[in-house]
Write a protein that binds this ligand. Sequence first.
Ligand code: GCU
Length: 682
Amino acid sequence: ANDGYDLWLQYNYIQNTDLQSEYNTLINGIQPIGDSETIKVAEKELLLGLSKMLGNDTQLYLGNESGNNLLYFGSESNLDKKILSQLKKECAQIQKDGFVIKQIQVDNKNHIVITGKTDIGVLYGVFRLLRELQTHKSIKGINIVDSPKVDVRMLNHWDNLDRTVERGYAGFSLWDWHRLPDYIDSRYVDYARANASIGINGTALTNVNANALILTPQYLEKVKALAAVFRPYGLKVYLTARFSAPIEIGGLKTADPLDPEVKQWWREKTAEIYKSIPDFGGYLVKANSEGQPGPQNYGRNHVDGANMLADAVAPFGGIVMWRAFVYSEHDPTDRAKQAYSEFVPYDGQFRDNVLIQVKNGAIDFQPREPFHPMFGAMPKTPLMMEFQITQEYLGFSTHLVYLPKLYEEVFEADTYRRGKGSTVAKVIDGSLHNKKITGVAGVTNIGNDRNWTGHHFLQANWYGFGRLAWNPHLDSKDIAEEWIRMTFSNNDNFVEQIKKMMNDSRETVVNYMNPYGLHHIFDTGHHYGPGPWVGNLPRPEWNPTYYHKADENGIGFNRTKTGSNAIAQYAPEVAAMYNNISTTPEKDLLWFHHVSWNHKLKNGMTLWDGMALKYQQGVDEVETMINTWNSMESLVDQQRFKEVQMLLNIQLKEAKWWRDACLLYFQQFSKKELPEGVEKAS
Ligand code: GCU
């Protein structure tokens, strides 16, 4: 049985005899250099991985029998001069926590060396070498040089102190606050290993809808214990800061960011945190959004709030991630416009250690959104990407959707802020405007389910998020392939078919939920199933009817010049493209235009027919996924096979539910028959 607990760190025994002998020859022993905690965990991981994959006793790797074919691993500054002299060129190419893995010859002996500027870089290199073995790559003459392109690569846990997880669908929170700090669940270590293996270097432990209690000494002691477990793995701890904490736990009368006592309170609180957690990362803040307190409660603005916290963490090298997810009922015309209008005018006024954390789209983690217009629009302010890994609007942990495909689409989008080729990836990696600090955050899909993510395939979203945070220019297909090989099998047929299945899965969910740019037509509150008919909620911008605006004439949100003019927030080239229905990509059609039911699509069909067929296509594609999966049974362990199979069957039922509900509802307006090929609701 395989319950999926080991994630992509399965380290399956390598059956291929050629590779076995190659690996066994080239790695005859391991030689740690340095004695930091990080080097120790790197050694432990190597012993685990090598002994499992090569079927040997771990002792074998520690005995330095012939002194030939050793695997050296340690940071540059600790390497022997003779060894280092052979790595000069490669070492000059790495930055930050990057690494080099190279086969070299010293005194007529062959060795492989893993090195970096830091021990954390070395650990990343160790995981990379293990991955080469896991994915059955030859390591003869290995020479890999790699560095992260982004500084802060972090998970955001929306975990509450009572262990419920907001928008979490894989059980309860991993953090057992009740038994911390004295009881250290071994799972914390495995969590850190998994993150380090993909280069994730930060974790915000608590919900953005924050509870000030986390900042009390009773909880900080627990946070300190977690930080100690994560430290050797290069994983820094961050906390969400409730803006009104000075009132709630500090006994002050106000939380006004310009009040001297409030500033003092945050300075002292922050110093207290750093005293027990010297490498504390900093604060993540949701302010003046969805009822959360913030500087605007005191007539101040985002700059006042963010800078006040930034000043508190600055002496310790900390950062503040201030979220741009703000909207309110005050702008009734278009919620999509608010973040841009509240933040862009302040470009250049934030402290150097403030990152503005922006969701990938302007509404809220929909199956598809055009990129957020803030990207590229604040040349003087570091903008951090916020993706959702948990599937709030994508079928929870029940539907198989490979999200790196979505992340890639966002990263590849062109902002045109410095002419053609000004992609979101370049905004985020800092190269477009020379940013001093860069970051990517993902709202995790992790809980205490045995398999971590509730669905075996959704582990790939955690994995792929980490890989893209490391390098936003990677190809999502390659990432899927790595993950499949490590997690399931190196069988070529399996890899090809499952890769295709994963790769197509994102478009499939768009097809059966939100084709042609439809968005936010989910049922209220839980956001699981369809609810396009909902129109009676107290706040207009919570109603699906506000977003699809279906009527006899057509469907869609007019965000062009004749509508909300949200397009004006993009660079002129992009605005012009979206303003014109004929140049708007059809995947975003109803996001930007109110379109007649008879509008001719590029394929010659009417919008109504095309839409109906997209819903049907989504259903058909889930059927294809099921067939693919069923044909792979002999190549997968029974437990994971069955669990995935059951979930795919639910997904099929629910794809039909989406199709039927949406088409029946919209048909009242279109007053048209379903085209041939679309199954009627039963
Ligand atoms: C969504 C989500 C909330 C979450 C919010 C946020 O609106 O439904 O649960 O708190 O995003 O990102 O702050």
